[in-house]
Design a protein around this ligand. Structure first.
Ligand code: PHE
Length: 349
């Protein structure tokens, strides 16, 4: 049977053990483990003492109970303090290790760009789409009928020499122009028609600083009642003002294409010098950009459209040419060399 002195000594011993042990604790996990030795409800030394209180004889029980209670509160506070201190130190360490140096130079990541020809094509399509044109697809391989004959260019027609054709067989060829899209469209649809054709890859046996054997065109076709050259010029004025800047105008010059009558060559007023004459426009104030005209009656007839009831306008422009003019590129090959120093400069947003 223990006396009160011995009981109180066991309280003091636990207190000492806590104070001594606390000095060696290095982190919050150790605090947690150490705390269990004393306050774990089942095995903790203080919890054991608490459980023993009920067995202490009457007069000592109150005294001892009070002492154990005080010990429990004191220990709880000490462990809380230790835990807070450790956690604060640990958080500080973590912040230090996760610190970001915002002054460090960023790593350079490469940005992709759409090809200049694609940028121009998207722009031209957007402009015509905003005027209510539908977009149809062009073909890379056509047969003789669509590329030439239906476009009023029969076998022995001298205009066939205008385009040096890559033949795949006597019947099939690589499209030399996007104009076949006119025929495909008019065969499928009756007027009113308003279409632009893309992607427009075409091929000609031609190769110098301004020509490439493969290049791109955009074809446009409008067929309705009473379509005239004025409609053509009005639409093209919208196109060039948007592409080359407000105030850029078009000029129509007589020309010849078998599938249009009359045919015109379309010039834009020089957007570099404003028409005064410079190197870009070779001193003339005007730059040739595309071919166009009023759809030849024979072409409408070939597609079973009555030329007395309907008339049409058509135009076809080279996208490389537009890209070269717009972005100041003087050799068409630069568009195909994939030299990033050139392509990176062209981001037409
Ligand atoms: N297809 C002609 C060319 O490639 C351009 C053009 C299209 C002309 C439509 C008139 C009408 O040169």
């Amino acid at each position: 049977m223990q006396n009160l002195e011995e009981l109180k000594a066991s309280i003091t011993a636990i207190k000492d053990e806590i104070l001594k042990g606390a000095a060696d604790l290095k982190n919050s996990k150790e605090v947690y483990e150490f705390k269990k030795n004393f306050l774990d409800p089942k095995v903790g030394k203080i919890s054991q003492l608490m459980k023993g209180v009920k067995d202490i004889p009457g007069e000592m029980r109150a005294d001892f109970g009070k002492g154990v209670n005080e010990l429990k509160n004191w220990a709880g506070e000490r462990f809380n303090e230790m835990d807070e201190k450790m956690k604060a130190a640990e958080a500080k360490l973590r912040y230090e290790s996760e610190k970001i140096d915002v002054t460090m130079p960023a790593t350079h990541s490469m940005k992709g760009y759409l090809h200049p020809v694609t940028q121009i094509r998207n722009r031209v399509i957007d402009i015509f789409a905003s005027m209510g044109f539908e977009v149809v697809e062009t073909r890379e391989i056509e047969n003789d009928y669509y590329n030439f004959t239906a476009l009023n260019t029969p076998q022995d027609h001298p205009a066939r020499d205008m385009q040096d054709t890559f033949y795949l067989s006597p019947e099939f060829l690589l499209a030399t122009q996007t104009s076949a899209a006119q025929i495909h469209t008019m065969e499928k649809k009756k007027p009113p028609i308003k279409m632009v054709a893309a992607p427009g890859k075409v091929f000609r046996s031609d190769d110098d600083a301004t020509h490439s054997p493969m290049f791109h065109q955009i074809e446009g076709l409008v067929v309705d009642k009473k379509i005239t050259l004025c409609d053509l010029q009005g639409m093209l004025d919208v196109l060039v003002a948007n592409l080359f800047g407000e105030g850029t105008k078009t000029r129509l010059r007589p020309s010849y294409f078998p599938f249009t009558e009359p045919s015109v060559e379309v010039d834009v007023s020089c957007f570099e010098c404003g028409g005064k004459g410079c190197r870009l426009c070779k001193g003339t104030g005007w730059i040739e950009v595309l071919g166009a005209g009023i759809v030849n009656r024979k072409v409408l007839e070939n597609c079973n459209i009555d030329p007395d009831e309907y008339s049409g306008l058509a135009f076809g422009c080279g996208l490389e040419r537009l890209a070269m003019l717009k972005y100041g590129i003087n050799n068409i090959k630069m568009l195909y060399e994939s030299d990033l120093r050139v392509l990176e400069q062209i981001d037409d947003k």
